[in-house]
Ligand binder design. Structure first.
Ligand code: G3I
Length: 360
């Protein structure tokens, strides 16, 4: 996986972060090797060979305290919107990589790797694509060109692509998107092959929500991945978005579900983790949220090929949830003032335990 090595932090930064974490700070005279080095979630994740990331939307980079914390605490980022089709190909054949490049540049300057999101999705498509019908040949050519141009542009700059996002319905049937309706189910294999042709090294993922538990939807992906593998179609990973909610309970058999995809020879990643709750938050809800975050992290860390976890934004200051689910929110491990919630400690504890096991 092309996750660039994390930059080495200065002792001054490590000390400041250790103070924030409440860890014992090594006395100045103590040998470097004895200093507490693993002080961020990404540092802890790296000790067991994973990354810990957070998505970011371009306007959030102007929020300096937010951007600074993103750049220090996390090892990977995913653009929340700026690599989607409406942003990258706003007119047919006219590509605009400004927003995605801004995030790649920010990531490179701060030593973060980038997950590409997303090449093909039924949502956030440009008007020119959705406002008329296309023949299968036309749409195939449009899709191939889009994937080829975008993957080529970000070759060597993103380590993974969510090639196809949210292609299944809850009952495990294909979503009736413009792609499915015009091209039939073969469009998924085509998209993966075109992405591979444009970048032989990038990891190619299918990605969806409500697939953390066993059930009709994750079963459909399991069958599809098996078919794709049997047909020699390039696929490297399965992304479980993990948009969870306290009121719906913890996903049934999440650990076993991650394991069965890994057993197909795939990497698995938790790609958009957040755990919302009915507002207002209170101590009991925050404690339950922390328990869920710890269990999700444990579920990933129990599977060797669960390669990383990405939060869909890390703070309640910037979250997609309140406008989409009125009356719900408080979903992230940092609150709106960028203060850590109990969820942070639960994640750190889980990551530290896995790090100790790796060492032992
Ligand atoms: O860019 C326009 C801006 O010009 C306009 O003034 C403003 C007014 O509402 O809207 C802006 O577009 C918004 C866009 O985010 C960029 O901020 C859209 O309204 C808004 O709907 C869009 O929401 C995004 C959502 O995907 C769209 O479905 C969220 O930010 C983004 O976090 C969310 O991400 C998705 C993943 O891609 C896939 N999985 C689910 C996840 C959460 O919905």
């Amino acid at each position: 996986m092309r996750t660039p090595p994390r930059r080495t932090r200065t002792a001054a930064y490590a000390t400041a972060a250790a103070l924030l974490l409440g860890l014992a700070v090594a006395p100045a005279a103590r040998a470097d090797a004895e200093r507490p080095q693993a002080v961020t979630l990404d540092d802890l994740a790296r000790q067991s060979g994973r990354y810990f990331g957070s998505a970011v939307d371009n306007p959030e980079l102007d929020d300096t305290p937010y951007a600074n914390l993103l750049g220090t605490e996390f090892g990977s980022t995913t653009p929340g919107n700026s690599m989607k089709w409406d942003a990258t190909e706003p007119r047919r054949g006219v590509f605009n990589f400004t927003g995605g490049d801004e995030i790649v540049n920010y990531a490179q300057a701060n030593g973060l790797s980038v997950r590409g999101h997303t090449l093909l999705w039924h949502s956030q498509l440009p008007g020119w694509l959705t406002s008329r019908t296309w023949t299968a040949d036309e749409l195939r050519s449009i899709l191939k060109n889009h994937i080829t141009q975008v993957v080529t542009h970000y070759k060597g700059k993103v380590f993974a692509w969510d090639v196809a996002n949210e292609i299944m319905n809850e009952d495990g049937t294909y979503r009736q998107s413009i792609f499915y309706k015009t091209l039939g189910p073969g469009y998924v294999a085509d998209a993966l092959r075109w992405a591979r042709a444009a970048d032989p090294n990038v990891k190619l993922y299918l990605n969806d929500y409500n697939v953390e538990a066993t059930g009709a939807k994750s079963d459909a992906y399991y069958r599809l991945v098996k078919q794709l593998k049997a047909a020699g179609v390039p696929i490297d990973g399965f992304g479980m978005q993990a948009h969870l909610a306290l009121q719906y309970g913890f996903p049934n058999q999440m650990g076993q579900n991650i394991q069965r995809f890994a057993d197909l020879g795939l990497d698995v990643a938790l790609t958009e983790l957040d755990i919302r709750m009915p507002l207002p938050s209170d101590t009991a809800k925050l404690a339950r949220q922390a328990e869920f975050y710890g269990r999700v992290t444990d579920a990933c860390l129990a599977v060797r090929r669960c390669v990383g976890i990405t939060l869909w934004g890390y703070s309640d200051r910037h979250s997609w949830i309140p406008p989409v689910f009125p009356g719900e929110g408080a979903a992230l491990p940092w609150n709106g003032n960028l203060r850590r919630k109990p969820a942070y400690d639960a994640i750190a504890k889980s990551l530290a335990a896995a790090a100790r096991e790796t060492k032992g």
